[in-house]
Design a binder for this molecule. Structure first.
Ligand code: CTP
Length: 411
């Protein structure tokens, strides 16, 4: 059952057996990147084109492959005879890509021969179908009649595109691009918006502190975690302002960007926009020190030793903590040891509602990685451990907690 208070959008990704099934991996990746929990369900034929392992790796979720597989199919995760009902009840949207001619026919006529088609009958949410097949199959009167029926019942159809097909023909029948399908999913889900009405101010990335006009002191933060939180918050209906240090990633859709370089610029950008914010999330790896006297001209090298005097920067999060009011304030802590103790110390010292702590110096998580593994440390509650997952998934879990904190703040 879905945990109480968990509002992360949940999507069932149904995969039919056609050559376009390989593109479902890219679609799964995009959906996860957008902060959705994705449950792949493959037909038996789909597993001939792409392995359940590929989908499991991308979604960090066990893949469901067959209704009655039980112990006969070790890749199946059937935990109960009624799992198709559980999956139908727990999810917000069913997207099927590729939807083969056979699946369209089964859906149109209410057949229930395997997990996907049975679960489809029990599913009451929006259904999005991305058909892919040979042009003649697509144009066949039976397929078109099935589509007409499905459209009349409120199903959304994305594509197919026209172009070169795997069978060598040229014409309609090619699966819509994964990005187009992902956008259609987002458009359907956007109405849910559990963070609608919130203004969320986020800092992300590193800062750069000038030594001279061409050199800086900076750090290895990629900005990926902060950008993932911004993207997920916008998706869930929040107005998002992202104050970002210099990073090499694209601005998330529907996010107001404020680009800064130094800790001082970041502080001014945050304090100037705090008034409107109901939530402040301090993800940036802000420099703790900066050169006290940056040179106006490029420093020339000599053979002598060079010392650069550093002075402390202001702690943006601590300053926000001091004037927090009813805002929800979230800090981050990257530690090499004593994770929980350090997180609790920062929670108090900076007057935060929650600190997101992670161990750095491990391979595969942290600064430049696409994945992370964190501990959510709140006031007066047990820490919540979020297992290693894509940063977008971690972002969604962090925002679930924030949505709960805002709910209690409004009560
Ligand atoms: N932070 C900030 N402004 C700074 C420094 C840090 O807003 N000048 C914020 C970061 O965005 C993060 C949290 O504070 O949310 C990190 O806490 P911090 O104590 O600065 O961590 P470290 O720099 O690792 O400090 P320490 O050496 O005490 O562990």
């Amino acid at each position: 059952m879905r945990p109480e208070g968990d509002r992360t959008p949940r999507v069932i990704l149904g995969i039919g057996g056609g050559i376009a099934a390989y593109k479902s991996a890219e679609l799964a990746r995009l959906l996860v990147q957008r902060g959705y929990r994705v449950q792949p369900v493959m037909t038996a034929a789909a597993t001939q084109f792409i392995t359940p392992l590929a989908l499991a790796s991308l979604t960090h979720t066990k893949v469901i492959t067959n209704l009655f597989a039980g112990q006969a199919d070790p890749s199946s995760v059937l935990s109960s005879a009624i799992e198709h009902i559980d999956v139908a009840l727990e999810n917000d949207l069913l997207v099927v890509a590729p939807a083969t001619a056979d699946l369209l026919a089964q859906f149109a006529h209410g057949l229930a021969g395997d997990f996907l088609t049975t679960m489809h009958l029990a599913f009451t949410g929006p259904v999005l179908l991305a058909p892919a097949m040979n042009t003649n199959m697509w144009n066949h009167a039976a397929t078109q009649a099935n589509l007409k029926l499905l459209r009349e019942r409120g199903y959304s159809i994305v594509g197919p595109d026209a172009g070169d097909l795997a069978c060598g023909m040229v014409g309609a029948g090619r699966l819509a691009e994964p990005l187009e399908i992902a956008d259609a999913v987002t458009a359907q889900l956007q109405g849910r918006g559990d963070l609608a009405g919130e203004t969320i101010l986020i800092t992300a990335g590193p800062t750069q502190e000038a030594i001279d006009p061409v050199r800086t002191i900076t750090n290895r933060s990629s900005g990926k975690m902060g950008y993932a939180i911004a993207a997920n918050a916008a998706l869930r209906g929040a107005k998002v302002i992202l104050v970002s240090g210099p990073v090499a990633i694209a601005a998330p859709p529907k996010v107001e960007m404020v680009r800064v370089e130094s800790a001082e610029e970041m502080k001014n950008a945050v304090l100037g926009r705090l008034e409107a914010a109901s939530v402040f999330i301090s993800v940036a790896a802000v420099a703790d020190y900066r050169p006290s006297k940056p040179a106006n001209r490029k420093l020339k090298k000599t053979s002598a030793l060079l010392s650069i005097e550093l002075e402390p920067t202001s702690d943006i999060l601590a300053e926000v903590g001091k004037i927090k009011g009813s805002r929800v304030v979230i800090g981050f802590a990257a530690e090499t040891e004593n994770l929980l103790a350090e997180a609790r110390r920062k929670l108090e010292a900076k007057n935060c509602d929650m600190v997101v702590a992670n161990l750095v110096g491990q391979s595969g998580t942290g600064f430049e990685s696409d994945e992370n593994e964190v501990l959510l440390v709140r006031r007066g509650g047990d820490p919540v451990a979020i297992a290693k997952a894509a940063k977008a998934t971690i972002a969604a879990a962090i925002l679930d907690q924030i949505a709960n904190l805002r709910l209690s703040a409004r009560r």
